[in-house]
Design a protein around this ligand. Structure first.
Ligand code: 5GP
Ligand code: SF4
Ligand code: MG
Length: 456
């Protein structure tokens, strides 16, 4: 998911909406904005992409100088209107609205407890658990109540919250998901956003990353930073750099595009191939392929062209077309690929089904050899922290050896990034990353004494 918050701007809801536009890659299922003028709360949410959810009229109706927004990518809960964010509640302390990126690992237990105590839930989202908890705990302000609620929650959360008087941003103690602070120079206001690319679009100046375990409270008095949780050390999601974040964003001080290019350099060291061209699977493989080409001197070519305008569903022709589902998104160019030894670069192999089809497309276009390089280590485990990977039984690398995978996707050779190479590209391992879906080292489970396997 992607989140954004605007504090003090006459067009707050418009800026929130634009921020969501820049964060669209973080979720295309649903979008929403909640705004306030300090008294009333206004909200508009809908299914689909930002452009489809909001009209100019909708934005006009979202009054006030403060707003938060959310784009949804579902990890828990069905994809229905009821499960869209930001959520708004009225409780004994007034109104509280919340938008959440991440996933709580103990949401089910917390929800069962709350339901036994009489809570009535309106959605399937773990985000609602946080609101129910916040309504129950004590605290002298909304920040304290939210912190008290969150100290019962375990898992990943980068949250923006809105009350009548405050915009609050909080990142879980491990800091799985990004969250940045920006400044609206002209209005003197503040912006919170999942990624810096959202600041760029609305002309906000980057101030700093919200730190793992930090809560910032923005009010008319200015900005206050709190440390409500016991420090545990950062475990930022390394897959944000490999795949999820936008290349033009800087996450915790590292530019995503540059990180991906350095990963490409590492792939070149690991797998120097006798090949004629380097071809990315667009868009996710582009930067790593450029890095590989740069390091090896093998020409970079766009042998696969992506259609960016494909929606979630399309009407298939009655007469079956081989690999139609992939072909509608990607077309292979014989003029580039014919007779060539091709290094094909993509960010990850999850189920392996798409990768197999892509290799087929490239072969059908006349490629003589296809060497498949992956800019991440083998994906051997699910993510419990906000990225929607299938469970282990569907992960090809959890079920098969690399040689078996090579055969299944019909490549002449297959090379994955190694963990060491990944961290050479990231600069250091010591900064603290989560790499559980590659390493099996799941943060939190050890900490709460539970076993990861109980979850799936
Ligand atoms: P597979 O071969 O496993 O079927 O598909 C691999 C492709 O899925 C890669 O191109 C990769 O970019 C993409 N991918 C990896 N992770 C995700 C994800 O979390 N969501 C979506 N939609 N695609 C992903
Ligand atoms: Fe990121 Fe993988 Fe950790 Fe999930 S398990 S937070 S995708 S590194
Ligand atoms: Mg891809």
């Amino acid at each position: 998911c992607g989140v954004v918050g605007i504090f003090e701007h006459p067009e707050a809801s418009n800026l929130a909406y634009l921020g969501l536009y820049a964060l669209q890659h973080r979720g295309q299922e649903a979008a929403g904005v909640v705004s306030t003028d300090g008294q009333e709360f206004y909200n508009h949410r809908g299914m689909g992409r930002v452009a489809d959810v909001f009209s100019a009229k909708d934005i006009k109706r979202l009054k006030g100088n403060r707003a938060i927004g959310h784009v949804r990518y579902s990890t828990t809960g069905d994809s229905v209107l009821r499960n869209t964010q930001p959520l708004v509640i009225n409780y004994r302390h007034g109104a509280l609205s919340l938008a959440h990126n991440g996933n709580l690992v103990n949401a089910r237990e917390l929800r069962e407890e709350l339901e036994r105590a009489g809570s009535i839930f309106h959605t399937d989202m773990d985000t609602e658990v946080i609101l129910h908890l916040a309504a129950r705990v004590d605290g002298k302000d909304a920040g304290e109540r939210l912190a008290a609620a969150l100290s019962q929650a375990k898992g990943a959360y980068s949250i923006v919250a809105l009350t009548e008087t405050r915009l609050i941003g909080v990142r879980d103690p491990l800091g799985f998901r990004p969250l940045v602070l920006g400044r609206l120079v002209e209005s003197g206001g503040y912006v919170l956003a999942s990624e810096t690319c959202a600041l760029d679009l609305i002309g906000a100046e980057f101030v700093r990353d919200i730190e793992a375990g930090e809560m910032v409270i923005i009010s008319e008095k200015g900005i206050e930073s709190r440390r409500p949780f016991a420090p545990v050390g950062r475990r930022m999601c390394v897959f944000e750099y490999i795949y999820f974040a936008r290349p033009d964003s800087n996450l915790d001080g590292i530019n995503v595009y540059n990180a991906r290019k350095r990963i490409g350099h590492e792939l070149a060291k690991l797998y120097p191939k006798d090949a004629d061209i380097v071809v990315p699977v667009p868009d996710s493989g582009v930067a790593a392929a450029m890095g590989y080409a740069e390091a090896t001197g093998i020409p970079f070519e766009l042998g696969l062209i992506r259609n960016h305008y494909v929606g979630r569903t399309f009407i298939q022709p009655a007469q079956s077309v081989r690999d139609f589902g992939v072909k509608v998104k990607l077309n292979a160019m014989p003029s580039v690929l014919k007779g060539k030894r091709v290094v094909l670069v993509d960010d990850s192999i999850v189920r392996g089904t798409t990768s197999a089809k892509i290799v087929n497309l490239v072969r059908d276009a006349g490629a003589r050899e296809v060497h498949f390089l992956v800019s991440s280590p083998p994906t051997t485990g699910p993510c419990h922290y906000g990225i929607n990977t299938p469970d282990r039984s569907h992960l090809i690398a959890a079920q098969h050896s690399e040689e078996q995978i090579r055969k299944l996707i019909n490549a002449d050779s297959l090379g994955y990034l190694t963990m060491d190479a990944l961290y050479r590209a990231m600069g250091s391992r010591e900064t603290g990353y989560c790499d559980a879906c590659f390493s099996g080292d799941y943060p939190i489970f050890k900490e709460i004494g539970a076993e990861e396997r109980q979850l799936r």
